[in-house]
Design a protein around this ligand. Structure first.
Ligand SMILES: C[S@@+](CC[C@H](N)C(=O)[O-])C[C@H]1O[C@@H](n2cnc3c(N)ncnc32)[C@H](O)[C@@H]1O
Length: 271
């Protein structure tokens, strides 16, 4: 990233933030005491939270590999990227296709501060970082970095992983996905994970209460609500399933269904 593309915002280290809590629970280093306290309180109410978060991350890796290897996708728009925890999406897809291009998007100032680590592309490929809010799709699609990095005539995989539980129906959640997909050509894909309380309602409900108490209200969706994000698209087998059941590989951590509060799916834009 060019230095002038980085607008550093003051960091609020006294308030927990989802990206930093996630980093803390995943064993990363980019968080503050408020995030540790929030994370500890959440793990106390649901000890499976780290397993659940790792399974979400592993889905992202498998979906990225599948898109690059099996579907020949070379362009990715990743919204709600989070703090750089290797391997990031560009590392996964550039391993298969070094010429892959990835645009990362997040609205957290601390993610922006660490964005340089996301921009460590292969020479053949390219990565870019857009500091924007998913609730403003046009800010993403009209950004110079998006336009410079991705070819509008070639398919793009829109990856929305571990973020939709922070996007409320009152924000027109489905409309946002639609607006992001609209300009992408047929043959593009949507990969998403969607938080749910279907498998451990009490425990996940308590985690949601903790997040809400920390100022991060969360939306948990049923299978039907999760599936509705893929309306009008062609779901790839096995459809909308808990993330650990989506094309698991031999290296994936074995987990119990009750420990995974996330649906995941991949679908193709027809046409
Ligand atoms: C739990 S992390 C997921 C990180 C990564 N995608 C993964 O699954 O490993 C959620 C990320 O979404 C970002 N986020 C939350 N609401 C957002 C919004 N409205 N616009 C852009 N990013 C958002 C947070 O800042 C955080 O980095």
């Amino acid at each position: 990233m060019r230095e002038d593309a980085v607008t550093r915002e003051p960091l609020d280290s006294g308030t927990a933030h989802s990206a930093r809590v996630y980093d803390y629970i995943l064993g990363g280093k980019n968080h503050y005491r408020a995030d540790e306290a929030a994370g500890d309180a959440m793990v106390e109410v649901w000890p499976a939270l780290p397993v659940h978060m790792r399974a979400n991350r592993a889905f992202m890796h498998r979906a990225g590999r599948y898109l690059a290897r099996e579907k020949g996708i070379r362009q990715f728009l990743d919204i709600g990227t989070g703090l750089p925890t290797s391997p990031n999406l560009h590392e996964v897809v550039q391993e298969t296709a070094p010429d892959s291009r990835v645009v990362y998007v997040d609205n957290d100032p601390i993610v922006l501060n660490y964005a340089r680590a996301l921009l460590d592309s292969t020479p053949e490929g390219r990565t870019a970082y857009v500091h924007a809010d998913m609730r403003d799709p046009e800010a993403i699609l009209d950004s110079p970095d998006f336009r410079r990095t991705l070819d509008p005539d070639e398919p793009v995989a829109l990856t929305v992983i571990g973020i939709l539980h922070f996007i409320h129906p009152s924000d027109d959640d489905h409309g946002l996905i639609q607006r992001l997909l609209d300009p992408l050509p047929p043959g593009s894909y949507l990969a998403a994970t969607i938080g749910t309380a279907d498998f451990a309602p009490e425990e996940v409900g308590r985690v949601a209460e903790r997040y809400a108490a920390e100022g991060m209200p969360m939306v948990l969706r049923t299978h039907a609500e999760a599936t509705a994000f893929f309306d009008g698209l062609e779901l790839v087998d096995p459809g909308v399933v808990q993330v650990h059941k989506w094309r698991p590989g031999p290296d994936d951590e074995p987990v119990r269904d009750a420990d995974i509060a996330m649906y995941g799916a991949l679908a193709r834009k027809p046409g």
